[in-house]
Design a protein around this ligand. Structure first.
Ligand SMILES: Cc1ncc(COP(=O)(O)O)c(C=O)c1O
Length: 462
């Protein structure tokens, strides 16, 4: 039995997988301010046309340009590891595998799309990218990609994380990016929020508004905006994770996983691992696929499916998704990357179909699982990743109780090494759990009444 299953560089996937080609029911289109479907031209001030083409593509396979692969070789193919020490500790008959995305230079899965997005922007003649970041993983990933590809990078970092996680800022600075706390005084969107709520912890929705505003108001036309999750092309770039994992499971002698798990903020790491297996499920495979989110930000488990904006200032197209409402200000839990009000529409469509079984956990349960992980496997995971660890542990215990030798696969989306404050708070008993009260949920989703409803399309097969 191998502890780590490694692919040769020559075995790296050379195409991304696009789930949009295989969905049993077609996606609802994003809508413009007039309520009509947006056209690619309308997105052109925000994204380069080559990425817009990927966003709307329904081709099943999309070639990965050689130059992108050449950058990814720095850490890809990423190891698939077997969590033997955790298995032993839990006395479970389950075999637990995890795809180790923490081996990238910035420490998470995010560079898989950061490199691709920076490359496509550079090909299109763009010189500068703007973006938002929650925990700082995405901001540092895009800073890293821009440094390698010679682009300028501006990052709006959610205020609470800017204060809680100072080391990510230093990483961005090393890679030459400019990072400011959001809301900032640099944009109309930021100034407006600061006037209304001066001591706001910020949110991803606000930071997105600021980053888009800076991109579209650059009169040189050489700035575009880059999003770290949610959109179809971002999820597409992450599918290299699941495609590698499939080959590696085969090398380990496993026919298929029984359970696939990933934490879900905007949905990209979960989708990256899960989508290639979702294709198998659509074709008849029996696989349980579980996105995991915080109970404090219960998008998939409690929010309605509705058309909503992706940002607080209502500048993005309307997307059909599970949403807590674009004005949602999440409680300051430590998993900064899991505090987004919406979710990738492709994932939401799969939840509506019944292909995925979303689940939520409290943060103390997640930190408790992360400690078990650190004391068995040795590594210390990111607060976001601890949600996937918690679900994997639960499933392994269930397998023990049922006497079932299940194959569990989860995405180890990142390490914690710039982000240890949450562990300190947990160990000193300062962390508390938080269930989003029903009144709060009702308050933030009230505005949705003024937006178009989203028809729930379902084939009835799951
Ligand atoms: C380590 C890690 N995992 C998961 C996430 C969640 O994002 P997504 O759902 O897009 O993968 C983040 C976001 O910042 C992250 O930093």
């Amino acid at each position: 039995m191998e502890h780590k299953i490694l692919l040769r560089e020559t075995d790296i996937p050379r195409q991304w997988y696009n789930l949009a080609a295989d969905l049993p029911t077609p996606m609802l289109p994003p809508l413009g301010p007039d309520g009509k479907p947006v056209t690619p031209d309308m997105l052109a001030p925000v994204f380069p046309m080559n990425l817009i083409e990927q966003e709307v593509s329904t081709e099943r396979w999309i070639d990965i340009p050689e130059e992108i692969l050449n950058i990814l070789y720095r850490w890809r193919p990423a190891p698939l590891r077997r969590a033997v020490y955790l298995e032993k500790y839990l006395k479970t008959p389950a075999r637990i595998y995890y795809k180790d995305e923490s081996t990238s230079p910035p420490g998470s899965h995010k560079p898989n799309t950061a490199v691709a997005q920076a490359w496509y922007n550079r090909e299109f003649g763009i010189k500068r990218l703007t973006t938002e970041t929650g925990a700082g993983q995405w901001g540092s990933a895009l800073s890293f990609a821009c440094a390698l590809l010679g682009l300028e990078c501006k990052v709006f970092m959610v205020r609470i994380s800017f204060d809680q996680k100072p080391f990510r800022k230093h990483m961005m600075a090393v890679w030459g990016a400019n990072c400011v706390a959001s809301p900032s005084t640099e944009t109309n969107a930021g100034r407006k929020v600061l006037e209304e709520i001066p001591d706001t912890p910020g949110s991803l929705g606000i930071a997105i508004s600021e980053a888009i505003e800076q991109a579209v108001t650059d009169s040189s036309g050489q700035t575009r905006y880059s999003l770290g999750s949610v959109l179809n092309h971002v999820l597409l770039h992450q599918t290299i994770i699941g495609l590698e994992a499939k080959k590696q499971l085969e090398m380990a002698g496993e026919k298929q996983p029984d359970i696939v798990i990933g934490c879900a903020g905007g949905g990209s790491n979960f989708a990256g691992l899960a989508f290639p297996f979702t294709a198998d499920k659509i074709n008849g495979a029996d696989i349980q696929i579980i996105p995991v989110e915080p109970a404090a930000c219960p998008t998939l488990t409690r929010a309605p499916v509705h058309y909503d904006f992706g940002d607080t200032a209502c500048t993005t197209p309307l997307m059909a998704m599970h949403t807590l409402g674009h004005a949602f200000i999440p409680p300051p839990i430590h998993a900064g990357g899991l505090r987004y009000h919406g979710m990738a529409p492709l994932i939401c469509q799969c939840v509506v179909e019944g292909l995925f079984e979303p689940r939520s956990y409290h943060q103390t349960t997640c930190y408790d699982s992360a400690l078990t992980w650190a004391k068995t496997e040795g590594a210390i995971c990111a607060p976001e990743t601890s949600h996937a660890v918690a679900a994997a542990i639960d499933e392994a215990i269930k397998a023990r109780e049922e006497g079932n030798d299940k194959v569990i696969l989860f995405n180890y989306s990142g390490h914690v090494l710039m982000d240890l404050t949450g562990y300190d708070d947990y160990l000193s008993g300062k962390l508390s759990d938080y269930d989003l009260p029903e009144e709060e949920l009702q308050k933030f989703t009230k505005d949705l009444e003024n937006l178009p409803p989203a028809e729930q399309r379902k084939s009835g097969r799951w």
